[in-house]
Every structure is written in structure tokens, then in C-alpha cells.
Design a protein around this ligand. Structure first.
Ligand code: ADP
Length: 455
């Protein structure tokens, strides 16, 4: 057994991902510190971490996003490293920098790399230079409406205006024809300025009904890069993923290979380290085009873990401690097969309205091929302040059909009472003939709702 790479790690997050990180630390013999808001006092991460520190009130701006509070907690508890999980401060370059300045390892890429990847138009240019395909579009940030009109005319409508510092779908506008471009550009600039403190907008060709396919990468501090296949994430509502799977039912092996080869070069060229996700859109001809890099662990990482046999969170920690990827991956057994994830959210399955509150009964399915990542339990009260994820239900099988069969069985045995959840919606998705045939794109849910099949 290897010696522990760090003595103690602070987890700057909450919910299921905090538990996931505690699990990885337990496997590595590392002590953990949970930080929590007043709303999370009775949560499982607080119970299962070796130490726990309250960092502020429920509102995340004053707790999970409060850098001084988190750094103080880290200093008081004398940790070696901080794992940011996803969301909150995970892609905040300043936080990563403050950690390093305070002598604490930030488990993620270097601050400069996080910053560049956060400027999507810069990331796009870098990927392009490294030979990764991008959609035709503006060479950089749009300087004037005239320039935007010229670019759009040369690539053809529809085009999409996107905020360089954007996230969560804000600051985006689809432009169908020239006369509407100038007004939409002004709107996008204003929205981006208000949301991200930067009104920089770039433009690219808009694909109608793309598939969303993303590649998982791991990179160490010695120049080794591994691409661990892809995840298909086209089943989404308002850019929120609902179902993810690996491998994608639509990706041709030679395209997977070509993109993986290019990505290895690109990731090395930008000095990217730790875990990351490179997102692509696929058009109807099966071509992939880069859209952005997520410089963190993703919610949907378990599907990759189940088909590659790699513990991604453990790998993140070992990479940060300076270990080399060949050593980290040396003893892995590749299970192959197919994995699916359904995000069980606390929300009304018809209206999608959030449904926080007390869970009065909770039965987690088990048996062969099923994994559940959750921080919920009977009598747990889902607070209204954070995201609505209750559990990630993940299944694995020898092939897609078996993974689907196991998911259906697991959904039937999953009991969550007292709140509304997306379980009924998942049952319908898992019974849909197009989903079963692997024939879908990002418009799937929309069509589904319009079709009345959700009633
Ligand atoms: P954000 O960081 O705001 O989530 P992304 O660049 O990841 O922005 O895009 C979010 C979503 O918007 C994509 O998953 C896709 O559904 C849609 N989108 C983005 N760019 C395009 C494009 N060029 N053509 C079609 N859809 C797009």
C-alpha cells in the first residue's frame, strides 16, 4: 500500500461530491476536514469527515463562496490541500491562487490555466492552434457590429453569440438572420457584462440539434496525459444535464481516436494538469467541434469511472501530490461495458419547479451493476439554498442494453418520499424508443414534453 500523499485535505464543498471526496481520502488514508454552512449542520459530510468547521450562514456567498472563511478553516485545521469539488469555487482562479500563496495545494489545474480556460474565446483559439476542430466563427472577441455582420455573412446563418467569460448558458443569443444581429449583440454584451463583469462576445456557427459529447482527461505534472473516453450528455433541459452515459452511442471509433490524439497534444501544450473535461458539439454528420473546457471534476464523472476502472477523484489527489499518471494508472483493470447516470433532482417532474423539504422515506437501490452517490437519507431536509441534486443513480452493464435494464430496475426500487423528484421523468426517458435506439440530440427533452408523452 502506498503512503498517504497528503496528511489532511479540506473539502470546500457540500452534498454528494463532498462525500465522494471523503471516500477517496479514506481509500488513500488521508484525514478530512468538512466545511459547512449553518444550513448543512446536520449533513453527512459533517458526520463522516474527521473534523468539521462551520464557515458561515446558509447563503453560499457568505459560506461556500467565502474565500477568507475557507482559508481560515484550512489554516486552523492545518491541512495540506483543498479539494474544491464542482461548482462553487472550483473554477475560481483567484481561489486557486490564494490557496497556493497560503501554502495549501489546490487540487486542480494551476491558477493561470484555470483563468485561460475560463475565457472561452481564448480556449477556443488555443484548441484550434493545437489542431482540435472548432466551429467556424470570429477570430476573437467581436469589436463591432459591422465585424460581426461580416463574419456571420461569411460563415452563413444561423450563428450564435456567446460570452467569452460565460457559463450556465447566460450571455448567449442565436441569430437567424442579419437584420437581427446588431440588437442581439447589444443584448448579449449587456447580459454578459452584468453576469460576468466582462461584455466580451464571440461568434460561431450555430448547430441545430447538436449532440453534446465531452472527453475526460487526466494530466500529471510530468507531461503525461490520458484521455479516458467520452460521455454523451445530450439529454438535458436548459443546458442542465439529466442523463449521461459512456460510451456515446453516436461516436465512431475513428473519430474518438482522432479527437483523443489531438487532445493529448493540446492539453500538454497548454500545460493543463489534473482532471478536466473537454466539451464538444456533434453535428448531424458526426463531426465534433470543441466548445469549452471545464477545469474541474464533473457531476457525471462516475460513468467514466465505471467503464475505465479509474478512480478520478483519487487520481486528482495523487496528481496534485506530484505522482505520475503511469504510476497512478498502473494497476487498473479496465472493466469496459457501458454506464449510465440519471440525476435524481428534487424537482417537480412535470413543471421542473424545485421541491426542497424533508425526505420522509428513502430507499436506495443496490444489487449488481448499481452505484448511488448521494448525501441524502430518511428525514434529511433538502435546503432551498443550493442545487437540487438529491442522488446520482449510476448503472453499469456489459453493454448499453444491460446498463439500461439495470437502470430501469434501479429506478423502480428507488424510493424518495416527502418531496417531488425527477425519478418519474427518468422512467419515461428510459422507456422512450428513440432513447433506447440511441437516436437523440439536445432537443430530446423538448420534443418529449411537446409530445405529451410526459403527461
Ligand atoms: P456555458 O458555459 O454557458 O454552458 P457552452 O459553450 O458550454 O456555454 O454552451 C452551452 C450549451 O449551449 C451547449 O451545450 C449547447 O447546447 C449550446 N450551444 C453552445 N454553442 C453552440 C453552437 N455553436 N451551436 C449550437 N448550440 C450551441
Amino acid at each position: 500500500m502506498r503512503s498517504a500523499p497528503f496528511k489532511k485535505i479540506l473539502i470546500a464543498n457540500r452534498g454528494e461530491i463532498a462525500l465522494r471526496i471523503i471516500s477517496a481520502c479514506k481509500d488513500l488514508g488521508i484525514q478530512t476536514v468538512a466545511v459547512y454552512s449553518e444550513a448543512d449542520r446536520h449533513s453527512l459530510p459533517v458526520r463522516f469527515a474527521d473534523e468539521a468547521i462551520c464557515i458561515g450562514p446558509a447563503k453560499s456567498a457568505r459560506s461556500y463562496l467565502d474565500i477568507p472563511s475557507i482559508i481560515s478553516a484550512a489554516e486552523i485545521t492545518n491541512v495540506d490541500a483543498i479539494h474544491p469539488g464542482y461548482g462553487f469555487l472550483s473554477e475560481n482562479a483567484r481561489f486557486a491562487e490564494v490557496c497556493e500563496v497560503s501554502g495549501i495545494k489546490f487540487i486542480g489545474p494551476r491558477p493561470e490555466v484555470i483563468q485561460v480556460m475560463g475565457l472561452k474565446e481564448r480556449a477556443r483559439a488555443i484548441m484550434h492552434d493545437a489542431g482540435v476542430p472548432i466551429l467556424p466563427g470570429s477570430g476573437g472577441v467581436i469589436q463591432s457590429a459591422e465585424e460581426a455582420l461580416e463574419t456571420a455573412a461569411s460563415i452563413g446563418y444561423p450563428v450564435i453569440l456567446k460570452a467569452s467569460a460565460g457559463g450556465g448558458g447566460r450571455g448567449m443569443r442565436i441569430v437567424n438572420e442579419a437584420p437581427e444581429l446588431a440588437a442581439l449583440l447589444a443584448q448579449a454584451q449587456q447580459e454578459a457584462g452584468a453576469a460576468f463583469n466582462s461584455s466580451d462576445i464571440y461568434l460561431e456557427k450555430y448547430i441545430r440539434g447538436p449532440r453534446h459529447i465531452e472527453f475526460q482527461v487526466l494530466a500529471d505534472h510530468h507531461g503525461n496525459v490520458e484521455v479516458l473516453g467520452e460521455r454523451e450528455c445530450s439529454i438535458q433541459r436548459r443546458h442542465q444535464k439529466l442523463v449521461e452515459e459512456s460510451p456515446s452511442p453516436a461516436l465512431k471509433p475513428q473519430v474518438r481516436q482522432a479527437i483523443s490524439d489531438k487532445l493529448r497534444e493540446a492539453i500538454r501544450a497548454v500545460g493543463y494538469t489534473n482532471a478536466g473535461t473537454v466539451e464538444f458539439l456533434m453535428d448531424e454528420t458526426g463531426q465534433l467541434y470543441f466548445i469549452e473546457v471545464n477545469a474541474r471534476i464533473q457531476v457525471e464523472h462516475p460513468v467514466t469511472e465505471l467503464v475505465t476502472g479509474v478512480d478520478l477523484v483519487k487520481s486528482q489527489i495523487l496528481i496534485s501530490a506530484g505522482e505520475s499518471l503511469p504510476d497512478i494508472l498502473a494497476d487498473r483493470v479496465v472493466p469496459g461495458g457501458h454506464a449510465l447516470e440519471c440525476r435524481v433532482n428534487a424537482e417537480n417532474p412535470d413543471t421542473f419547479a424545485p421541491s426542497p423539504g424533508r425526505i420522509t422515506a428513502f430507499n436506495v437501490p443496490g444489487s449488481i451493476g448499481v452505484r448511488v452517490d448521494t448525501a441524502a437519507f430518511t428525514d434529511y431536509v433538502i435546503p432551498p439554498y443550493y442545487d437540487s441534486l438529491v442522488a446520482k443513480l449510476i448503472t453499469h452493464g456489459r453493454n448499453r442494453d444491460e446498463a439500461i435494464q439495470r437502470m430501469r430496475r434501479a429506478l423502480d426500487l428507488f424510493v424518495v418520499e416527502g418531496i417531488h423528484t425527477s425519478i418519474p421523468l427518468h422512467r419515461k426517458i428510459l422507456a422512450d424508443p428513440d432513447f433506447l435506439a440511441g437516436k437523440f440530440d439536445t432537443r430530446f427533452i423538448q420534443r418529449f414534453i411537446g409530445d405529451n408523452r410526459m403527461k
